[in-house]
Design a protein around this ligand. Structure first.
Ligand SMILES: Cc1cc2nc3c(=O)[nH]c(=O)nc-3n(C[C@H](O)[C@H](O)[C@H](O)COP(=O)(O)OP(=O)(O)OC[C@H]3O[C@@H](n4cnc5c(N)ncnc54)[C@H](O)[C@@H]3O)c2cc1C
Length: 437
């Protein structure tokens, strides 16, 4: 495919940073101490800072880069109500009652996020648009129908409809699907603006933030207080929260060894005509397909272009190489995109835990929450809030994820060397299933 898919001024920063540039903070000296130190300035860290600051505790966020540099300003902005772990296997592993509690908590995270956006008046383009999960094979469609029957049997608070192939034209302008599931109550937003709004509310409530203050170690003294070492000096704290998720580095090595950082890739198209957008996405839904290595496509929050993502986990010729591949994938779904140009191509990292579940807990006296497995926009906000409540000693900070072991694997050091092989296997399985139809 030709290089002429790149629009003039093509960028390799996230599209979201055009409207929500990362704040450039003055590098003032770090304070010698703070009541609470929070490591990481994404949704988890910022949400916990907001809750703590509103309750009068002095919270300082330490961020290795610019504020919100990680996944929280790079993601796709899909606001879901489900865990990444499929409910059937989770039920078999934990039993129906425990599995339902975890699944219900994901619904709760959605409720918390949408209420917060409304109460705080965060202008981030949230829309309750529903998600169309397009079945790429008849077998996938049948599985979705079984899942839906199971949700009803268990009584999960998930509302969805099966859309047969004959009726999918009102949801999606593509012949590539065998129908799909329409998940109601799910939405989308501008992730960068949402992050800036959250950060603004935390700072206005009294939370501090220091950028370019990478944490290199956390030490607990005999008096129970912590010394947080950074590249710009040390800060003493009564409590520490680690909220570094997929960007966890050696300075927070215990967490890094428990997470598999996976790269996700996205591109933005040039502005498209309203007529074309209406033909491709007539229902205005967010779209994901049913393959193991999924492709996702959504409208930008201002409804002027498409954001396309997929080809997870492996590098393919840098930002431009990946853009070419994503362009080809999207053109297979929507042939009318073949001549459309791309303005942005960027990557971000999300963190998978070894048991495919989010984790919240305490290690060596340090509180943490992470491991959202690619669906952390509502869950990171919700977990961050509850980390704050826990430090405030509030019973509302309890979660059904409390007390779960945070597993790692022997000899795993946080380098996911096995990922290319794993993704190749998923791609192979996807190709076989597509071939079978
Ligand atoms: C491309 C992409 C698409 C996604 N799409 C969606 C979606 O549509 N819907 C959804 O629900 N979820 C999505 N996710 C997942 C979601 O974005 C994340 O789960 C969520 O943003 C995690 O927030 P966080 O605050 O825990 O971590 P992050 O936002 O990643 O923040 C962690 C921060 O910690 C900092 N840090 C790391 N180490 C240190 C250190 N030693 N010292 C100081 N700071 C440190 C990093 O610089 C980083 O800024 C997506 C993720 C990616 C990457």
């Amino acid at each position: 495919m030709a290089d002429n898919i790149f629009a003039p001024g093509f960028k390799t920063d996230p599209y979201w940073w055009d409207a929500a540039p990362r704040p450039k903070l003055e590098l003032a000296p770090l304070p010698a101490e703070s009541d609470v130190v929070i490591v990481g300035s994404g949704y988890t860290g910022t949400s916990s800072a907001l809750t703590l600051a509103r309750a009068g505790r002095k919270a300082l966020i330490l961020e290795a880069e610019d504020p919100g540099y990680g996944a929280s300003s790079r993601n796709a902005g899909y606001v879901g109500r489900m865990l990444w772990h499929k409910f059937g296997p989770l039920e078999r592993k934990l039993g129906p009652a425990a599995a339902a509690k975890l699944a219900d908590d994901a619904v709760e995270s959605h409720r918390y996020l949408t209420t917060l956006i409304e109460q705080e008046q965060i202008a981030c383009g949230y829309v309750n648009c529903s998600r169309f999960i397009g079945a790429r094979t008849q077998g996938h469609f049948d599985h979705f129908a079984e899942d839906l029957a199971m949700f009803a049997r268990v009584g999960l608070n998930i509302q969805a409809d099966m859309i047969p192939r004959s009726a999918q034209g009102k949801e999606i302008g593509s012949e590539k699907f065998y129908g799909g599931m329409l998940l109601h109550g799910t939405g989308s937003l501008h992730p960068g603006l949402y992050h800036l709004g959250l950060l603004d509310r935390a700072r206005r409530s009294g939370a501090g933030i220091a950028a370019h203050a990478r944490v290199t170690g956390i030490e607990r003294g005999k008096d129970g207080k912590f010394t947080v070492h950074t590249e710009r000096g040390n800060v003493r704290a009564n409590d520490v929260i680690v909220a570094t998720n997929a960007y966890s580095d050696k300075g927070v090595g215990w967490y890094r060894r428990r997470l598999v950082p996976v790269k996700l890739f996205q591109v933005a198209t040039e502005p498209l005509s309203p007529q074309l957008l209406n033909r491709l996405m007539p229902g205005g839904r967010t779209l994901i397909d049913s393959l193991m290595n999924i492709t996702w496509i959504r409208l930008s929050p201002d409804n002027t272009r498409l954001i396309i993502g997929g080809r997870t986990g492996v590098e393919e010729g840098g930002a431009k190489g990946k853009a070419l591949k994503l362009h080809a994938d999207a053109s297979e779904i929507f042939p009318e995109l073949a001549d459309v140009k791309l303005t942005h191509s960027w990557e971000g990292q999300c963190a998978f835990s070894f048991d495919k579940l989010p984790h919240i807990g305490v290690h060596d006296g340090v509180n943490y929450a992470m491991g959202y497995c690619g669906v952390g926009l509502p869950m990171a906000t919700w977990m961050g809030h509850r980390l704050g409540l826990k430090l405030l000693g509030k019973v509302e900070g309890a979660t059904p994820f409390d007390g779960r072991r945070f597993p790692t694997r022997p000899f795993y050091n946080g380098e996911p060397w096995f990922l290319p092989a794993m993704m190749a296997y998923y791609d192979f399985k996807d190709r076989i299933e597509l071939w079978r139809g």
